[in-house]
Write a protein that binds this ligand. Structure first.
Ligand SMILES: [Zn+2]
Length: 408
């Protein structure tokens, strides 16, 4: 059946593109009329299998430029895969590994391509996704594109970073956590936007179904701030009655919030806060695990109740008067002091707000991060960003929208 389909496709292409005359006059970018140099064979891999068809190629007598109008119309300039197959390969390529993508294509559709093919096509598609969204951001910025104004009372903006293993030259000269002070990873910044309309009967916040969209890239925090801001804008930032920024306590996170979301309620993600609390307990009681755990449990409860100041007072009493450990403890205490207003968990809960971004954890760290952190993987910034763009687009439910505008 596939062979028959491929045969049919070849005949259709021959009919449409068989003669140079049927294409009408072909003009060069330089303004001259181009001359046909006769039919040339093109090998194309499609969902139906490989086909070879002939189409006229034109050359400019003035500047020597070449054009194949047929390739342009079919969307296969300079590539050996049909748009339909590219679409499948891009989808396969954002799954766990390129090899798995290759195997899926073979099993699902009898399509024989290499893992490298899947990688190239997926990265190409990812770059196109990024370019598409960049155009969209520019349009939103210029007010040419109206933003979706979903009537969502509460809009959440969450972001976090995760390390992506890189090829050696991408981390040259960068400081990191390796024993010799070098780095093997670069931080990918990942963010999501979702909305909340109601709370459950028990007063717990409820995330609007299918309301989460994702963005991300390995880039400066300034560039990422713009990216997450535009995503929030697209999702109806201006129509929201309340905006909540959920992030880790790191300084640059709140610089982004202050710049782009000045009216937002700022909340330090509870899971990050608990992580620091655990760290603090370990520093205060380094040699008694049981005692440490009892303290940690007690303080976690106090943190939930909004009694951060009492925790800090108790911590000061437990702190050694001098030594190296004291400095580490002071650092942790500063983290809590600097973020105290963002850790009023009792207050935030009473308002029916989310205080932990399980969404970022689940969406970004596991789903996006996992794709980039399979064992043995090493990325270039360009390759990683392309796959992040592709995967975020997929998770945001915008893949079809992307391909529709490509086809258009
Ligand atoms: Zn020319």
């Amino acid at each position: 059946m596939l062979l028959a389909g491929a045969g049919l496709l070849r005949r259709m292409l021959k009919e449409k593109f068989g003669s140079a005359a049927s294409l009408g006059p072909v003009m060069c970018a330089c303004g001259k009329r181009m001359r046909s140099v006769g039919p040339r064979a093109k090998r194309l891999r499609t969902i139906l299998g490989e086909i070879v068809f002939e189409r006229p190629v034109f050359v400019c007598p003035a500047c020597g430029a070449r054009r194949s109008l047929a390739d342009e119309m079919l969307g296969v300039e300079g590539r050996g895969f049909s748009p339909g197959l590219c679409r499948l390969m891009a989808r396969a390529g954002q799954r766990d590994t390129f090899k798995e993508g290759r195997d899926d294509l073979r099993v699902f559709a009898e399509i024989a391509v290499t893992a490298k093919d899947v990688e190239r096509v997926a990265e190409g598609a990812g770059e196109e996704v990024e370019a598409w969204q960049e155009r969209e951001r520019a349009q939103i910025e210029a007010g040419e594109k109206t933003v979706q104004s979903e009537e969502a009372p509460i809009l959440y903006v969450c972001y976090d970073g995760t390390g992506v293993p890189m090829v050696p030259w991408e981390t040259e000269g960068r400081k990191g956590k390796q024993p010799d002070g070098s780095s093997r990873t670069r931080e990918a910044k990942l963010g999501c936007v979702f909305t909340q309309t109601t709370v459950s009967e028990k007063g717990y916040p409820v995330r609007d179904e299918a309301s989460t969209t994702f963005v991300g890239a390995i880039e400066s925090s300034g560039a990422f701030g713009q990216r997450i801001y535009h995503e929030a804008l697209r999702r109806g930032l201006n129509a929201a009655q309340k905006t909540v920024v959920l992030a880790d306590g790191a300084k640059y996170n709140w610089e982004i919030a202050a710049l782009h979301f000045p009216r937002a309620t700022e909340i330090v993600d509870l899971f990050h806060a608990r992580g620091h609390l655990s760290q603090l307990c370990a520093l205060l009681i380094p040699d008694d695990t049981q005692e440490k755990n009892i303290l940690k449990e007690r303080w976690e409860k106090m943190l939930d109740e909004g009694r951060l100041q009492s925790i800090l007072t108790q911590a000061c009493e437990l702190m050694p008067r001098n030594g190296k450990r004291r400095n580490f403890i002071l650092k942790e205490l500063a983290y809590f002091q600097n973020n105290a207003s963002r850790m009023r968990y009792d207050d935030f809960r009473a308002q029916g707000l989310f205080v932990g971004s399980g969404v970022v954890e689940a969406g970004c760290k596991t789903v996006v991060g996992k794709r980039l952190k399979q064992s043995g993987m090493e990325w270039t910034v360009r390759g990683a960003n392309a796959i992040i763009a592709l995967r975020c687009c997929h998770l945001s439910g915008r893949t079809e929208e992307f391909w529709e505008q490509v086809a258009a």
